[in-house]
Design a binder for this molecule. Structure first.
Ligand code: NJP
Length: 224
């Protein structure tokens, strides 16, 4: 059987890099998209010929269109896309928040996700493919004043709507919603929390489900 191909944004570290490793081990081809060229190169060297690195910013629709076209040209098609790139805020809350930071975060967490979907759907439609996005435990509960959490509420709302749209042609859409994960998202190590591999496994669970089974959300929490 021909290997399937997965496009991952935010692939230079954390959840995205872990998903790339797990997907390669499961026989997929992967397209790695992020801004840090050095980290992407080192990961694609580690993963071998079935990985391609694309330096780009999720706020650019054009850069994602080009990466996806390149991926399809090399591997023959794109079966799945994981919109995982995202950022948090240094200044929490609304009263204490920094509008400049909100501006950047909304561009990455909301518009970046929309651009990934806009760029990927035409490819996925050809293969009755699968779109995944990284939501959050913070997108399922109310956290006092959290603007980051609200950006993840958008992910969950949009994920359900996109699932309904993709269903019209047999596509599937999944929101992966983790609690705290031990990644570069935080300045200090979180050994007792979820590890990025746990979240990668959740993504693979949704991708590997029988086509009759649209896994709409996987919600995972650290058990500490
Ligand atoms: O963090 P990290 P995670 N254009 O910092 C990329 C969500 N989440 O794996 O561009 C393109 O290791 C950045 O790459 P680079 C979180 O909201 C986390 O934890 O090279 N890429 C890097 O690869 C996010 O949506 C937790 O700097 C951009 C990646 O994003 C997702 O998980 C809990 C970019 C961030 O990797 C992955 O974060 C939760 C841009 N403009 C949800 N800006 C948690 N860690 O606890 C950033 O519920 N990236």
């Amino acid at each position: 059987m021909t290997a399937k191909t997965l496009f991952i944004t935010g692939a230079s570290s954390g959840i995205g890099a872990a998903t790339a490793r797990v997907a390669i081990a499961a026989g997929w081809n992967v397209g790695l998209f992020a801004r840090s060229e050095h980290k992407l190169r080192s990961l694609s060297d580690e993963l071998g010929d079935r990985a391609m690195a694309f330096k780009g910013d999720v706020t650019s629709l054009d850069e994602q269109n080009k990466a996806l076209a390149n991926l399809r040209h090399t591997f023959g098609g794109v079966d799945a896309a994981f919109a995982n790139a995202g950022m948090g805020l240094e200044n929490p809350g609304t009263e204490g928040g920094d509008p400049e930071e909100w501006h950047e975060m909304v561009h990455v967490n909301i518009l970046g996700l929309l651009h990934t979907a806009k760029a990927a759907i035409p490819h996925l439609r050809q293969r009755k493919g699968h779109f995944l996005m990284t939501g959050s435990a913070a997108g399922r509960v109310h956290i006092p004043g959290s603007v980051y959490g609200a950006s993840k509420w958008f992910v969950h709302g949009f994920g359900g709507n996109l699932a309904e749209e993709m269903k019209e042609w047999g596509g599937r859409c999944t929101v992966i919603a983790p609690g705290m994960v031990n990644t570069d998202f935080f300045d200090e190590e979180k050994p007792d929390k979820l590890q990025p591999e746990d979240v990668a496994d959740a993504a693979m669970f949704a991708l590997n489900a029988d086509p009759r089974n649209a896994v709409r959300e996987v919600f995972l929490m650290p058990n500490d």
